[in-house]
Design a protein around this ligand. Structure first.
Ligand SMILES: Cc1cc2nc3c(=O)[nH]c(=O)nc-3n(C[C@H](O)[C@H](O)[C@H](O)COP(=O)(O)OP(=O)(O)OC[C@H]3O[C@@H](n4cnc5c(N)ncnc54)[C@H](O)[C@@H]3O)c2cc1C
Length: 452
């Protein structure tokens, strides 16, 4: 590898805040809202032009598709996302659950409204590129944007980048598996005859979660096998049998959709999976975007030829960016495990609960039993660097725990916990490693979070 030296230069300070949240996805939105509601000055910084993360940038709308009668969960800001979206006409009934499917485009506006109402200072089109660290304490970040290189100083920083970018830049320890979960170029179609398509789904395919055991090789624990799942693999199998498309070592076809609108849109087509991509590597990302778009065009051709109702379908839009499921996991003061999420883990320093919902690493468990686990504060507290918290899919845990906490409403739980903890540590003038967890839990309860 060839290197050059950058010249040292003075960097202007754009702002100074109590709590800076980096990344405006489900966890970042929740962290910023929760922190601002605790009465401290809070900024939410995002590299793209909208908040919402994977919801708005990738197009994932199934925010709580696991929810059924008997599902027990934390509530808090996760419920608010669905309620606010519904009240602003930005959601529809989700097809397999008692939940709302968020409208990925409209949710950009929903997020703006929530941020404004809470008094969070927004900053869009701004990339966190460096951490300012003194004696293992984070003091802020350096950003890059159209305004050039700038600094934002903060008493506490919450890393909600999904990829633990800030933690990695700050020198906090993290892990990254060699074989990361597959990425997906998500897309949405228009021009579908919805009635004909749904007749095919409901009368011919009759898909259930038991179908996930086939092409996707997912293990269920049996209780969910007969439940409906919006799973479409048969058209892709037919297309492969005819040699019309083919799976390769790095691309596989077949998966799920989310909503079918009266206007002929079928959204969140999660039917292309790409392996061997590390989203923290810019060359991998470039390849994934370009090869991903080609695979989407192939998928649409297969849907048109082999799926009743899709004969006149066209691409409505690609997600703004490739959808990443997994990258860095921080090393926290506690590493969550599959046993914790599948064995009703209980922790004195819980910051919220999440139902026993596991979707990933070959396992699907839908939470219809009332079982749930607690999430310990120590899992969002990185080793080595103080006054930094990490929320969302990159908190500390093994791959089976990740298959639970990567889900969006769990990212909201860790985000809300991080926001409240950061704010209380500012108000009490103690570092995040020494925050009074009982106080954090009381404040979370006041914010309508079920903690235990
Ligand atoms: C294809 C796909 C389908 C999925 N389906 C579902 C589903 O049906 N239900 C479900 O619950 N979950 C689903 N997931 C998982 C879920 O969407 C994610 O795990 C979740 O959104 C992660 O939330 P987060 O807040 O941690 O990160 P993200 O949603 O990734 O948000 C991170 C934010 O940080 C910003 N950012 C990143 N780096 C920087 C930086 N350096 N500077 C500034 N900003 C930065 C990003 O632009 C983004 O807005 C899916 C994921 C994918 C990829």
């Amino acid at each position: 590898m060839k290197y050059i030296n950058e010249m040292p230069k003075q960097v202007p300070v754009l702002d100074e805040v109590d709590v800076l949240v980096v990344g405006g996805g489900p966890s970042g939105l929740a962290a910023a809202l929760a922190s601002a509601r605790e009465g401290v000055s809070t900024m939410l910084l995002e590299r793209y032009g909208c908040f919402g993360g994977v919801i708005t940038q990738v197009g994932v709308e199934g925010f709580a598709w696991y929810r059924h009668e008997g599902t027990v969960e934390a509530g808090g800001i996760a419920f608010e996302f669905e309620e606010k979206a519904k009240s602003l006409g930005a959601s529809t009934k989700e097809c397999q659950s008692d939940s709302q499917a968020l409208d990925a485009e409209m949710f950009k506006y929903v997020a703006d409204v929530m941020i404004k109402d809470a008094g969070v200072k927004p900053l869009l089109h701004c990339y966190a590129v460096e951490a300012i660290v003194e004696d293992n304490v984070i003091k802020g970040i350096i950003t890059e944007s159209k305004s050039g290189r700038q600094a934002i100083l903060a008493k506490r920083v919450i890393d909600c980048s999904g990829d633990a970018d800030v933690a990695a830049l700050a020198g906090a320890p993290f892990a990254k598996r060699d074989q990361l979960s597959w990425v997906t170029p998500l897309f949405h179609c228009r021009g579908v005859d919805g009635e004909k398509f749904l007749k095919y789904i409901n009368e011919d395919l009759k898909p259930t979660y038991s179908n996930w055991k086939g092409e996707w090789s997912m293990e269920t624990d049996g209780k969910e096998d007969d439940m409906f799942s919006p799973y479409i693999v048969k058209p892709f199998c037919n297309a492969k049998d005819d040699g019309f498309i083919q799976d390769t070592d790095t691309v596989a076809y077949g998966g799920t959709y989310s909503t079918v609108s009266p206007e002929g849109e079928v959204t969140q087509l999660n039917v292309v999976f790409m392996g061997g991509i590390d989203c923290t590597n810019v060359e991998d990302l470039t390849r994934a975007e370009i090869e991903g778009r080609e695979a989407v065009i192939n998928a649409i051709a297969a849907l048109k030829k082999y799926t009743p109702g899709f004969e006149n379908a066209r691409l409505r839009n690609f997600g703004m960016t490739m959808g990443t499921r997994e990258s860095r996991q921080i090393e926290g003061h506690y590493k969550m495990t599959g046993d914790d999420v599948m064995g009703e883990g209980r922790f004195e320093d819980s910051i919220g609960i999440f139902p026993e919902f596991i979707d990933g690493n070959g396992i699907l468990w839908v939470p219809i039993t009332g079982r749930y686990f607690q999430i310990p504060y120590r899992a969002i507290l990185p080793k080595k660097i103080d006054n930094l918290l990490v929320a969302g899919r990159s908190i500390s845990g093994d791959i089976n725990a990740h298959s639970a906490f990567r889900n969006m409403s769990c990212c909201v739980v860790t985000g809300q916990g991080a926001g409240v903890a950061a704010a209380i540590s500012v108000k009490d003038d103690v570092p995040t490693s020494k925050v009074n967890i009982k106080k954090v839990q009381e404040a979370l309860k006041k914010q309508n979070v079920r903690v235990f």
